[in-house]
Design a protein around this ligand. Sequence first.
Ligand SMILES: [Zn+2]
Length: 169
Amino acid sequence: MDIDSPHPEESDEILKENVWRDGPYLVLRRKKTQLPDRCILCNAPAEGKRLSFRVRDPHAILEQANVKVGLCPYHRSREVWAQLRGWILMLAGLGMLALADLLRTNGIPYLETFAACVGVLLIIAGGVYRRVRPKLLTAKRIERQFVWLENIHPDYLAEFRDVAIEFES
Ligand SMILES: [Zn+2]
């Protein structure tokens, strides 16, 4: 059954058709799903701001989904800084490589080698950090149409119907 609307509106009806809970997980359609204007991590007002996350299926590395969720100012700045940190390390690495080039043209070979090594290490560190940093939002499972998100605040979850309970009763 596919009830994706070609022109989704942010109405309660569409919200209920596209989002529900499955025990401790929030289940949503991967495409065109609008979430409430609240922080998915602490349920505080999101003030109209959304942040995109790429989540991966822990059991199928190639399975990824992009989700757009509301975050409060605190969680938003935490996530943005966490993303920036990796880029800053990599940019600093590029800066060191540029410095190494400058040192070479000025005939300072030992410092040039040192700067180049530090530059390469910074770029690697930035790349590794971007891969392994703890994620604020993770997926429990991803399927063709749906994604199961974890670490959702209980008050946020409480607003959605629980399919786990409906299937049991
Ligand atoms: Zn929050």
